[in-house]
Design a binder for this molecule. Structure first.
Ligand SMILES: Cc1cc2nc3c(=O)[nH]c(=O)nc-3n(C[C@H](O)[C@H](O)[C@H](O)COP(=O)(O)OP(=O)(O)OC[C@H]3O[C@@H](n4cnc5c(N)ncnc54)[C@H](O)[C@@H]3O)c2cc1C
Length: 207
């Protein structure tokens, strides 16, 4: 069952072996359950190779951006190279743009935040629901039925989160949750428009 020699396993995977040993599992003798995990983002904000998006003065580079460099999936070692090259090209393009423009800073009004804090349990629960919805319905295996269900759940969640945002003190957790549900809805929407199995997901007709 174990074609690899124990010494080879320990030398090749020292961190995994040590971590598992700390939990009482000897990986030279026992099988380890393996599950897929989110490793990186695919897609993102459409940008050209100079980091330009369709919003003026908004740049997107790195994992936030969809420059087309990766095709349908990120492959080993292309991500960091993309970060470096896009950062350089974007900085150069920005320097050129800034030199030719005059900027006027806006004068924002002082922020008035509500005094009462939202119950943190509600935020945690919403985040948990959002994560499990995305993992189960918009993860590796997708179907129209799952995506429709995800959209329904997310629309309801967004309503609730918007009401927190209106009525309670704005916190980092609340802003992140609000951004997360909006991003999730965009992912589900884009996934619904894509009938093709490509890159890192697989479309099944029905479940
Ligand atoms: C386990 C793993 C292994 C990988 N191995 C490789 C590899 O071998 N080769 C390769 O090319 N790529 C690899 N990648 C992918 C690569 O690391 C990423 O694509 C790359 O780091 C993305 O860089 P980024 O600057 O766009 O984003 P990030 O590195 O995610 O940087 C985003 C930064 O923004 C900060 N941030 C987030 N929200 C806020 C906020 N609201 N305010 C202020 N700051 C904020 C975060 O703390 C973070 O520091 C790997 C990724 C993972 C997870």
């Amino acid at each position: 069952m174990f074609p690899l020699q124990p010494d080879f396993i320990r030398d090749r995977f020292p961190s995994v072996a040590a971590r598992c040993a700390a939990h009482g599992v000897d990986i030279t003798k026992e099988l380890l359950p393996v599950v897929p995990a989110a490793h990186f983002s695919c897609g993102g904000v459409h940008a050209d190779l100079h980091g330009r998006t369709n919003v003026r003065h908004l740049n997107a580079i790195g994992e936030t951006a969809c420059t087309g460099l990766h095709g349908a999936n990120r492959l080993a070692s292309t991500s960091l190279l993309e970060c470096l090259t896009s950062a350089k090209f974007t900085a150069q393009a920005d320097v050129k743009d800034i030199a030719g423009e005059t900027f006027r800073l806006p004068q924002p009004q002082a922020w008035r935040s509500a005094a009462n804090e939202v119950d943190p349990t509600l935020i945690r629960q919403d985040l948990q629901l959002l994560r499990s919805t995305m993992w189960n319905y918009a993860g590796i295996v997708r179907s129209p039925k799952r995506l429709t269900r995800a959209r329904r759940i997310l629309l309801e969640l967004r309503e609730e989160i918007q009401s927190f945002y209106r009525d309670y003190q704005v916190t980092q957790e609340l802003i992140e949750l609000r951004n997360a549900v909006q991003t999730a809805l965009l992912v589900v929407h884009a996934a619904s428009l894509n009938p093709v199995s490509k890159g890192c997901h697989y479309v099944v007709e029905k479940e």
